[in-house]
Design a protein. Structure first.
Length: 267
């Protein structure tokens, strides 16, 4: 359904079908459901409405100031990812109530967020270990390598791409919920890739390697005109300091750091 086809007149089945379509396409959306009512209210229990990330709505829970408040609350829902119950009295607008129907209504807001993506650059032993662990943890895993022969037989990725980072980013859109794990074979590749990665909205960009390797990469990128502020987005060496040695241990340190970032401020 295109934007012009979005309608307030959708029934509950149509709304749920549209919810499935939006979530499958990677959209963030909030489902608002009337769960309890008393006395006179504009819509019955079970009535549903979707609120999209641009505050556009599909369906209606009654219109007016109450619906406007729900849309504002839905925006907050998308920011923190938490469900909430809203209680409204539709009695006296002069007292701040969002309506004059005379009843009360309880509305449940439930956010549906796209699965977080992890883009792994480098399909070697560490990349494979990261992919397998990230997949097990429920992330949507994208892996890429510029060498087709290395990518062959790679397991653990939901999407496997070969070629340059430019071609990969033409096929993959990174949002501020997503992470980049660069586990490439040398600093030269990082120097080539990072300017393109810094142009994305990725939440984190981690680069494997020693501190000395990162200083070489950082110096070259600064010489090419990339600012210190941009370079602060890069985490290198990637991963928590667990004394990791094997590919599996390194993968654990990387995913532990990503989980720490995702959970920061959520408690």
């Amino acid at each position: 359904m295109n934007e012009k086809g979005l309608s307030k007149g959708m029934n509950e089945t149509q709304i749920l079908n549209e919810l499935n379509r939006l979530v499958s396409s990677g959209e963030t959306v909030v489902l608002a459901t009337v769960v309890e009512t008393s006395r006179s209210v504009p819509r019955h229990s079970g009535t549903k409405m979707l609120v999209l990330s641009n505050s556009q709505q599909l369906g209606t829970i009654g219109g007016g100031e109450m619906e406007a408040r729900v849309i504002r609350e839905a925006s907050a829902c998308m920011d923190d990812g938490a469900s909430r119950l809203l209680n409204y009295e539709l009695v006296d607008p002069m007292a701040g109530d969002p309506g004059v129907c005379g009843g009360t209504v309880t509305i449940h807001l439930e956010p549906y967020m796209p699965t977080t993506q992890i883009l792994i650059i480098g399909c070697g032993h560490v990349g494979k270990a990261v992919a397998e662990l990230a997949s097990w943890l429920g992330y949507f895993v994208i892996a890429t390598d510029d060498r087709e022969e290395i990518a062959e037989g790679f397991t653990g990725a939901d999407l496997l791409l070969t070629g340059s980072i430019e071609s990969t980013l033409e096929q993959v859109s990174l949002t501020n919920r997503d992470h980049v794990v660069a586990v490439t074979r040398n600093a030269e590749l990082d120097i080539q890739n990072l300017p393109h990665l810094l142009n994305t909205d990725a939440k984190s960009i981690g680069v494997m390697g020693s501190s000395r390797r990162w200083e070489t990469t950082r110096s070259s990128l600064k010489s090419s005109g990339i600012s210190d502020e941009e370079l602060k987005r890069v985490i290198s060496p990637i991963g928590l300091d667990l004394g990791a040695e094997t590919p599996q241990e390194i993968a654990l340190s990387i995913l532990s750091q990503i989980i720490e970032q995702d959970n920061a401020g959520s408690s």
